[in-house]
Design a protein around this ligand. Structure first.
Ligand code: FE2
Length: 372
């Protein structure tokens, strides 16, 4: 697991990076960053990092495998010996793949080869508070239009540097969407059939921090930003143990079809999924009915609701409150296409079994709710 990862909370992240590269004797960095880089409050500090570096930013928000390969090429050509990722989830995911692939032979696709640990140092500096990718063993890339999950213990960055200043210039819409990604990850991890004591501690901390700090964070205060950066990291650590569940599985096609940002898409699905599960606790594919009911009520309590039913209502109201002015034009005739897109095997860690008919019904509910 990611036990060896060092998580550093600091408002002096450039200095921390310098100390890390010195400690590890790094000679040249590949700096993987996205379009936000030039707008980050500390970007001038990052540009003065004490070792030579070459920038790689030729990828999109849903990064392609071909883009990752370009990064691997650059890493080799420039004889880099470590990778620094400063960016949102996609930038960190690209950096993780470059780290994993750069020591593998390029005679065949990296995606079909056996993954092995290597000694390339990876440092992750998130600039959003959502995915927690800086602390997970997962990366997502797209190959021939299909989402591919790259999973390996060795791609958990050795260092995660949480610098709240990186959130100061994040647009408020993105702040909302990424916060909701963290909230979904915290909740889904809690009820996942893979949850354990450690993951539930992380889930609880993530949800508590979000609930206590969401207003401050959206108002861009230092305290709010620091707390949300930490919340997203806890949610990332939680899903690193459990993976996500049905709300995430259902969200991916909403993102690819309608371009709904990832966190918002997952949050559109979560209350309806929860509502369905609440009505079908007797159909748990893992927990005893009372156990699942208790899990739902425990989550509700952290959301400051008296029971799970009320928590579902609260989350739906929160969605409306946050996105009052940003509507999405869904088409109810897409419900079938959406339900067929969900990889049913990925629903296995959801506490209640969902079949294609149920998914279809849930998508209709989601679309109708969003259309109001
Ligand atoms: Fe997510």
């Amino acid at each position: 697991m990611n036990k060896e990862q060092k998580i550093i909370i600091s408002t002096n992240s450039a200095e921390k990076i310098n100390a890390i590269v010195k400690e590890h004797g790094i000679k040249k960095l590949l700096l993987v960053c996205d379009s936000s880089f030039g707008f980050l409050e500390p970007h001038e500090e990052y540009e003065k990092i004490s070792v030579p570096y070459v920038i790689f930013n030729e990828f999109t928000s849903n990064p392609l495998y071909a883009d990752v390969c370009k990064g691997v090429e650059l890493f080799r050509q420039e004889k880099c010996d470590a990778i620094l990722a400063i960016g949102g989830g996609s930038a960190i995911d690209v950096a993780k793949c470059i780290k994993l692939f750069c020591k593998m032979p390029d005679s065949e696709s990296y995606l079909t080869q056996e993954y092995k640990e290597n000694d390339v140092l990876l440092i992750g500096v998130p600039t959003t508070s959502g995915t927690g990718s800086e602390s997970t063993r997962y990366a997502v890339v797209y190959y021939k239009g299909q989402k591919q999950s790259v999973t390996h213990e060795s791609i958990v960055p050795s260092y995660a540097l949480l610098d709240r200043r990186n959130l100061n210039t994040l647009p408020v819409y993105q702040k909302k969407c990424t916060m909701l990604d963290a909230l979904c990850q915290g909740i889904e991890s809690w009820w996942s059939i893979n949850a354990n004591e450690e993951s539930r501690v992380y889930s609880k901390k993530a949800i508590e921090l979000i609930m206590e700090n969401k207003e401050n964070y959206l108002e861009n205060t230092d305290q709010g930003n620091e707390a949300m950066m930490l919340a997203a990291n806890y949610a990332g650590r939680a899903i690193n143990i459990t993976q996500t569940t049905a709300a995430h599985a259902m969200s991916y096609k909403l993102t690819s079809l309608y371009k709904v940002p990832h966190g918002r898409a997952a949050f559109m699905c979560l209350p309806r999924v929860w509502n369905y599960m609440l009505c079908h606790t007797d159909q748990s594919q893992y927990y005893a009915q009372e156990e699942l009911e208790k899990i739902f009520n425990d989550i509700a309590a952290v959301l400051k609701c008296s029971n799970a039913k009320q928590a579902v209502v609260y989350l739906e109201e929160l969605e409306q409150e946050l996105f009052e002015k940003d509507s999405v034009n869904f088409n109810v005739t897409d419900a079938e296409l959406l339900s067929k897109s969900v990889n049913v095997t990925r629903l296995k860690n959801n506490p209640v079994k969902l079949n294609e008919d149920t998914l279809h019904h849930l998508y209709i509910e989601i679309i109708q709710r969003t259309a109001k």
